[in-house]
Design a protein around this ligand. Structure first.
Ligand code: CP
Ligand code: NVA
Length: 302
């Protein structure tokens, strides 16, 4: 039976650990996987802009011997010309997998129902699983195991924070999400992450209190306004300003590393001093997008 990656929410711990180990192997020995997708085609469909996801999938698939077909949203709305369900069913007639970045999570669910090939979430408004896997690959390269990771995500309770909580909970890390009031993660996503953490040995905590960064060894942030959110920056800037990732917050936490999925907005959610400084993991995260995604492709299509 085909398998999708829409979110990691219900993944079994051993399966996620194996995927992470595969990502480490793919990164270390890319020559062993040159033919992994030989003769296979992947459609990558983007309703929203992308730099990292688009290019890392394209080059990654090439490195595995496969072929990627890029599709943008054409008239600005993916399902404008035909139903998303019909589109998914048609794409599956030719493609061996569908990678999709969409505005609405439900579009991915429709694709997954319609297509008899794997559907991979390249970001929706609720989740960004490929990012979270790459981020934990990055963290494993530094810490070696999940029980050593104490990650504090500071900023908007968004798709990236949701996926970090899911992956962290299952792998057994300590993930704290600290947001301004009114910008909390979705309660249902929080509840599932907490449940998974209890089951798998992780720790998930949400608050509005910046004191909760104390003791974290990694601080992570993301944009204050995600793609598709039309709220004017001026309206939320004041609420988010205290949550900026900067040298003072790093010191308060006692953290060694700063992370951001990018695109980053310098001097808003993170300072240039951190992006360009010795604690920055940003480019390692970006590089690891490709290795993590290649592991996902190999495991779902292999
Ligand atoms: N982090 C990330 O997904 O970047 P892009 O939006 O550029 O793909
Ligand atoms: N939260 C951001 C992530 C971008 C990679 C967004 O959805 O726009």
């Amino acid at each position: 039976m085909k398998e999708d990656l829409i979110s990691f929410g219900h993944w079994q711990k051993d399966k996620l650990e194996q995927l992470l180990q595969l990502a480490l192997k793919v990164k270390r020995s890319p020559q062993d996987y040159r033919q992994a997708l030989s003769g296979k085609s992947v459609v990558a469909l983007f309703e929203k802009p992308s730099l990292r996801t688009r290019v890392s999938f394209d080059i990654g698939i090439h490195m595995l011997g496969g072929h990627m077909v890029y599709m943008d949203s054409q008239a600005g709305k993916l399902a404008g010309r035909e139903d998303a369900y019909d589109m998914g069913a048609n794409l599956a007639c030719w493609a061996d997998a569908i990678v999709a970045r969409v505005f609405k999570h439900e579009t991915l669910e429709l694709f997954a129902q319609a297509a008899n090939v794997p559907v991979i979430n390249a970001l929706c408004e609720r989740y960004h699983p490929c990012q979270a896997l790459a981020d934990f690959l990055t963290l494993f390269e530094h810490f070696g195991s999940a029980d050593k990771i104490r990650l504090a995500y500071v900023g908007d309770g968004n798709n990236v924070s949701h996926s970090l909580m899911q992956v962290g909970a299952i792998l057994g890390a300590d993930v704290r999400v600290i947001t301004p009031v009114g910008h909390s993660p979705e309660p249902s996503v929080m509840a599932l992450a907490i449940e998974r953490a209890v089951e798998c040995g992780g720790k998930i905590h949400h608050s509005h209190d910046l004191a909760d960064v104390e003791g974290a060894n990694v601080l992570y942030t993301d944009t204050w306004l995600s793609m598709g959110d039309k709220t004017p920056l001026e309206q939320i800037k004041e609420d988010f300003a205290p949550f900026q990732l900067n040298a003072a917050l790093m010191k308060r936490a006692g953290a060694s590393y700063a992370m951001h999925c990018q695109p980053a907005h310098r001097e808003l959610e993170i300072t240039s001093e951190l992006i360009d400084g010795p604690c920055s993991l940003l480019l390692q995260q970006a590089e690891n997008r490709m290795h993590a995604q290649n592991a996902i492709l190999i495991s779902l299509l292999g």
